[in-house]
Design a protein around this ligand. Structure first.
Ligand code: NAD
Length: 252
């Protein structure tokens, strides 16, 4: 029970096979009350209702578009109203688009940057004041191995750029809010089997990819959820501004 009595907000956590959903499940198993934020209210509510029950009341599922500042503000207000405080924020929402540089339209660029990077800013801005008032907290932001390698299998160059931006934003927030007892870290997963990747890998692609992964398997959502749990809990009490690779050794 690493998160007993804590309240956690996780963006992009409604999708059934996703990293956010696996994180919500793990956090609830560790005693946290969880607010699931995702695009659809019904899917978010269903996901919240499926979590393990915890002391102190039910979880919460809220429609929130992280690219919309007002939507983030409204979600934060509802969470504070229901839970009274927020201890943990997991900026997890993201989308990909497998295109090459010369194919990226202005609208593509803006959409990918908005969800993957601007959303991290907007949701953090909405939640940090409450965290400060509560005396501290932990924020973890989703980046990607695509930011480090300059490309992935499914993300385009705009995705790599946005996820690299998340690393800078995360470190800047770590520097700025350390004094308030708020830790901010980032995770850089490799290839994790979720709806973003699932079903799109041929056997040939999989064999090829595994040649570059020393642990010789793709990741699953729990592999990343476990790192979010570490970053959210007091086990990482002296860790801030860090970037944790969860990639089976892909970058060695
Ligand atoms: P997923 O599609 O299962 O989860 C992404 C979730 O984000 C979905 O539930 C989706 O509805 C939600 N979302 C999309 N746009 C949103 C918005 N504007 N506001 C709120 N929610 C929104 O995929 P996943 O693989 O679990 O991805 C989770 C995160 O992990 C993403 O940021 C992704 O870029 C990142 N990531 C994934 C991998 C991988 O291999 N799967 C690797 C590195 C990083």
């Amino acid at each position: 029970m690493l998160l007993k009595g804590k309240t956690a907000v996780i963006s992009g956590a409604a999708s059934r096979r996703g990293i956010g959903r696996a994180t919500a499940e793990l956090f609830a198993e560790h005693g946290a009350r969880v607010a699931i934020l995702d695009l659809d209210e019904g899917a978010s509510a269903d996901a919240a209702a499926s979590l393990a029950t915890v002391e102190g009341g039910a979880h919460l599922g809220i429609a929130c578009d992280v690219t919309d500042r007002a939507s983030c503000g409204a979600a934060a207000a509802r969470i504070i109203e229901k839970f009274g405080k927020i201890d943990i924020l997991i900026n997890n929402a993201g989308i990909t688009q497998p295109v090459k540089t010369l194919e990226i339209s202005g609208a593509d660029w803006e959409r990918i940057v908005a969800v993957n990077m601007t959303g991290v800013l907007y949701l953090s801005q909405a939640i940090i004041p409450g965290m400060k008032a509560a005396g501290g907290g932990s924020i973890a932001c989703m980046s990607s191995v695509s930011a480090q390698r300059g490309g992935g299998i499914f993300g385009g160059p705009h995705y790599s750029a946005a996820k690299a931006g998340v690393l800078g934003l995360s470190k800047a927030m770590a520097r700025e809010f350390g004094v308030d007892g708020i830790r901010v870290n980032a995770v850089t997963p490799g290839l994790i089997q979720t709806d973003i990747t699932g079903g799109k890998l041929t056997d040939e692609m999989r064999t090829d990819i595994l040649k570059g992964i020393p642990l010789n398997r793709l990741g699953d959502a729990r592999d990343v959820a476990n790192i979010y749990l570490f970053l959210a809990s007091d086990l990482s009490g002296y860790v801030t501004g860090a970037v944790i690779d969860v990639n089976g050794g892909m970058l060695i």
